[in-house]
Design a protein around this ligand. Structure first.
Ligand SMILES: Nc1ncnc2c1ncn2[C@@H]1O[C@H](COP(=O)(O)OP(=O)(O)OP(=O)(O)O)[C@@H](O)[C@H]1O
Length: 350
């Protein structure tokens, strides 16, 4: 049975279509990511899946239960960690977990054993008796994630699990999330707008933009679809002659002129450096620097939507509650092709 089955799901708020006719499946045991800018519709989708919002049209099943007609069963089978922190800072780590366990009706013996297990899993055994107010941001997040797991849900939803954490703490948190997925066997659905998070953590990623899924696959497959690595060359001499030479090389999938030379897309950058130097020799040009960029999910997002995640977020912020319409005139693809070489310079968001 699939952990999640979504069919033609739409959720609107007045004129705004936050989730637009989505269909996808999350397999049992998968670590699945929804990647997209703020405002793309990720939280709305999660809120429908955890039964906080009803669908406008379409259906969704979580652990086999329908989110509209079997809300109680859905809720009992899931754990949820929201973006906003909901811990009681006056209580200790253990007391926070115990309170939650009682809400789920766990008996004393089961509760004690499971709290020990969860504290161990999220690395907080040593500080279990300390007030949560004294915890660091990363420790609080781990406690919240652990709390979501306490009643052994089949699916754990994490809405932006590392938002606001510094890079180091974010990496630590990834390790704990992976460990929970592997050791506890829980399926995990997380939302993120961090490229690196989706790429590093998830078995499969759905790229969400404007309420729609632009692509869905493993990070490797999404990147492979782009056609390999981009080699940025700084060239002294006739760049045009060098670029013309690339035209009849079948291994040069794509090339674009840059300020200092040429960006060439090839299947494996490392294998083509000697060929590129040779081509430059033929036209008496010199390659003065070489950078090999492997495509990342930012490059994928750019090629699918014609925009970077950061600039999508900036325009969403500017538009307030307004929905941002896709250009719809065919320019995104063109911009994606042009933008590919630019985006690889941008790198990740950290
Ligand atoms: N309760 C609401 N009323 C009106 N519009 C809403 C409501 N909730 C979300 N929206 C709109 O729906 C769209 C999707 O928002 P949503 O919060 O799902 O995006 P998101 O990708 O999760 O971003 P974030 O990470 O910032 O929450 C946005 O245009 C947002 O303004």
């Amino acid at each position: 049975m699939a952990a999640i089955q979504v069919d033609e799901l739409t959720r609107t708020f007045g004129d705004v279509t936050a989730v637009d006719d989505l269909s996808f499946t999350v397999d049992d045991g998968e670590l699945f990511g929804l990647l997209g800018p703020n405002g793309a519709g990720k939280s709305t989708l999660i809120n429908v899946l955890v039964t906080l919002l009803g669908p406008t049209t379409g259906t969704a099943r979580v652990n086999g239960y329908d989110v509209s007609s079997e809300m109680g069963a859905v809720r009992n089978s899931i754990g949820v960690v929201f973006q906003e922190q909901t811990l009681d800072e006056e209580l200790t780590g253990e007391e926070n977990l115990a309170f939650h366990a009682r809400l789920y009706g766990m008996g004393r013996r089961e509760r004690t054993a499971r709290i020990d297990e969860v504290l161990e899993l999220v690395g907080l055994t040593d500080v279990r008796d300390d007030r949560v107010g004294t915890y660091s941001g990363g420790m609080k997040r781990r406690l919240e994630i652990g709390r979501g797991l306490l009643h052994k849900p089949a699916v754990l939803f994490l809405d932006e699990p590392t938002a606001g954490l510094d890079a180091r703490t974010r990496r630590d948190t990834w390790e704990y999330i992976q460990r929970m997925n592997a050791d506890d066997g829980v399926s995990i659905v997380l939302t993120t707008h961090y490229i690196e998070e989706a790429e590093h953590l998830c078995d499969r990623v759905a790229i969400v933009d404007d309420g729609e899924i632009a692509a869905i696959d493993s990070p490797e497959a999404l990147k492979a679809d782009l056609g390999g690595s981009v080699v940025s060359l700084a060239v002294d001499g006739s760049v045009s002659a060098f670029r013309d030479r690339l035209e009849d090389r079948p291994w040069a999938v794509e090339y674009t002129r840059t300020e200092s030379g040429v960006n060439v897309t090839v299947e494996r950058g490392e294998d083509r450096i000697a060929d590129l130097v040779h081509l430059a020799d033929e036209v008496d040009a010199q390659i003065t620097s070489v950078d090999i960029h492997r495509p990342n999910l930012e490059t994928v997002f750019l090629s699918l939507t014609g925009d970077t995640i950061a600039s999508r977020e900036a325009s969403h912020e500017r538009s307030g509650e307004e929905i941002i319409e896709p250009t719809g005139d065919g320019t995104p693809h063109q911009r994606a092709v042009d933008g590919r070489s630019e985006s690889v310079h941008g790198g990740n968001d950290e």
